[in-house]
Design a protein around this ligand. Structure first.
Ligand code: PHE
Length: 454
C-alpha cells in the first residue's frame, strides 16, 4: 500500500489522455500518414487503416493498459508480477532497447525541427528560391556539427521536462501542448480549405482508388498504425501504470486511437491543399517538410506566421512523443535499479545522446558506415519499426489474451465489475485472435518474406 500511495500518477483524467495522445501523435501522423494515404489509394487506404486501428490497434493498446494499470509498475516489474517465477520479464528489454533506438533516430529529426523553428522565428526562412531551400536542408544535414548540436539540444529539452516527473513534467507539458497542437492544426485546416488547391488536395487524400489496394498496402497500413499508435514497446504500458484505478481503459484506448487517427487525417487536410495550390508534388519524408513547405509558406500571405506555427506544431507533436519513449527506461531504472529520477533521466539522456549523435552523423561523416546495407539511422528505424514493435505487439496481446489470469484481465477491463459494456466481448476476441494473427502478417511482411508473393 505504501509503495502504491507513493508512486506518481497522472492527477487528472484529461492529463492522462493528453499525455497518451501526446505519445501517439507525432511525426508519424503529421507527414508519414498523409503521404502514405495519398499515394496508396486515398480513401481506400484510409478505410483499411481505420479497420487496422480498430481491430488490431485498440486491442493492443488495451493489452498494454491492462498490464500497466493492473500492476502500477514499470514494464519489468509488471511482467514479474503477472508472470511470477518465469523468465518472461526478460522480454522487457525488447521494449527498453526499442524505445532507446527510436528515441535516438527520432531525436535527430526533432533536432532539425528545432533548428527550423528557430530559423523561422528569426525570419530566416523566407526570401529563398525552391533550389535554395533544398540547399539549406542539404547543408544542414551534411554538417556534422549542426545536426549533432541540435539533436543534443533537443534531448536536453526532453531531459528538462522528464526530470520534473510525471505530474509536473509529462502531464503538465502535455496538457498545454496538446490543446495548442489541436488549435494550430484547426487553424491550418480552415485556412488550407480556402486555398484554390483545396479540392485537389482533399481528393488526393480521400477519393478511394481501390485499384491501388494491394495486400502489401494493406499490411503497410498496419505497420503505420503500429508506429503511429506507439504500440508494442511498452510505452503505453508505462503510461498506463500512472493511470488511476477509476479510469476506464477501454474508453481511454478508444479516445486515444480516435484522436490519433483524427490528427493524421487533419494533417493531410492541412498539407495537401497547400501543396497542390502551389503546383508542388506531394513528396514523402524530410523533403516535403523541410524543403517544399518552407518554400510554399513564404509565398502565402502571412508566410512568416505559417512557418513558425507549422514548426511549432511539429515540435509539440514530437517532444510529447519522445518524453513517452524515454519514460519506459526511466521508470525501469528508478524502480528496478533504485535510481533517483534525476539520475535515471540523466542515464536515459546520455544513452540517447550517444546513439543520437551517431544517427545524426549517419547523414554526413558516418554516411558510409553501414550495417546490413543501412546507415545507423535507417537501421534503428528498420529494426525497431519492422521487428521489435510487431514482436512486442504479439507478446502483449498473447499475454493478455491467453496467459494472464482471466480475473485479473476482467477486473482491469471492467474496473472490478463496475463498468459494463458490450464492447468487451468482441474486444477480448480481437486481443486473442485478430491482433496476434494480424501482427504476424505485418511482421513477416516487414522482414520481406512476402516480397516475391505480393
Ligand atoms: N507514435 C509516435 C509517432 O507517431 C512515435 C512513437 C513510437 C512514440 C513509439 C512512442 C513510441 O510519431
Amino acid at each position: 500500500m505504501n509503495e502504491m500511495s507513493e508512486r506518481a500518477q497522472f492527477v487528472t483524467r484529461l492529463g492522462a489522455i493528453a499525455a497518451t495522445v501526446g505519445s501517439a501523435v507525432g511525426l508519424g501522423n503529421i507527414w508519414r500518414f498523409p503521404y502514405e494515404a495519398g499515394e496508396h489509394g486515398g480513401g481506400a487506404f484510409l478505410l483499411i487503416y481505420i479497420v487496422c486501428v480498430f481491430l488490431v490497434g485498440i486491442p493492443v493498446i488495451v493489452s498494454e493498459f491492462v498490464i500497466g494499470r493492473g500492476t502500477h509498475k514499470n514494464v519489468s516489474g509488471a511482467l514479474k508480477q503477472v508472470a511470477p517465477g518465469t523468465p518472461l520479464h526478460w522480454f522487457s528489454y525488447v521494449g527498453i532497447v526499442a524505445s532507446l533506438m527510436i528515441l535516438s533516430f527520432y531525436s535527430v529529426v526533432c533536432g532539425w525541427i528545432v533548428e527550423y523553428l528557430i530559423q523561422s522565428i528569426a525570419g530566416h526562412m523566407s526570401g529563398h528560391s525552391a533550389a535554395e531551400y533544398s540547399a539549406i536542408f542539404n547543408n544542414f544535414v551534411s554538417s556534422p556539427w549542426r545536426s549533432m548540436l541540435w539533436t543534443l539540444l533537443f534531448l536536453l529539452l526532453n531531459f528538462l521536462i522528464l526530470r520534473r516527473g510525471i505530474e509536473k513534467g509529462i502531464e503538465r507539458v502535455s496538457s498545454v501542448m496538446m490543446p495548442l497542437l489541436f488549435l494550430i492544426l484547426a487553424i491550418f485546416c480552415i485556412y488550407a480549405l480556402t486555398l484554390p488547391g483545396a479540392r485537389k488536395g482533399v481528393e488526393f487524400l480521400f477519393v478511394p482508388d481501390f485499384s491501388q489496394l494491394t495486400p502489401k498496402v494493406a499490411i503497410g497500413a498496419m505497420g503505420q498504425a503500429f508506429f503511429s499508435l506507439s504500440l508494442g514497446l511498452s510505452c503505453l504500458l508505462t503510461y498506463a501504470s500512472y493511470f488511476q484505478d477509476r479510469d476506464s481503459l477501454v474508453k481511454n484506448a478508444t479516445i486515444i486511437a480516435s484522436l490519433d487517427t483524427l490528427v493524421a487525417i487533419l494533417a493531410g487536410i492541412m498539407i495537401f491543399p497547400v501543396v497542390f495550390s502551389f503546383g508542388a508534388q506531394p513528396e514523402a519524408g524530410p523533403k516535403l517538410v523541410f524543403e517544399v513547405l518552407p518554400n510554399i509558406f513564404q509565398q502565402l500571405p502571412g508566410g512568416y506566421l505559417w512557418s513558425v506555427l507549422f514548426f511549432l506544431l511539429l515540435f509539440f507533436a514530437s517532444i510529447t512523443s519522445t518524453i513517452s519513449m524515454s519514460e519506459i527506461s526511466i521508470t525501469f531504472f528508478t524502480e528496478e535499479h533504485h535510481m533517483s529520477r534525476t539520475r535515471a533521466t540523466g542515464l536515459n539522456t546520455v544513452i540517447a545522446m550517444a546513439f543520437g549523435t551517431l544517427c545524426a552523423l549517419s547523414f554526413n561523416v558516418l554516411g558510409d558506415f553501414k550495417i546490413l546495407g543501412k546507415t545507423l539511422f535507417d537501421l534503428f528505424d528498420y529494426v525497431s519499426s519492422n521487428v521489435l514493435l510487431p514482436v512486442g505487439g504479439i507478446f502483449f496481446s498473447v499475454m493478455v489474451g491467453w496467459y494472464i489470469n482471466r480475473t485479473f484481465v476482467r477486473d482491469q477491463l471492467t474496473n472490478h465489475g463496475t463498468l459494463h459494456s458490450w464492447v468487451i466481448k468482441p474486444l477480448v476476441f480481437c486481443i486473442r485472435f485478430v491482433a496476434p494473427i494480424g501482427i504476424v502478417l505485418v511482421f513477416l511482411y516487414g522482414l520481406g518474406l512476402f516480397d516475391g508473393l505480393l
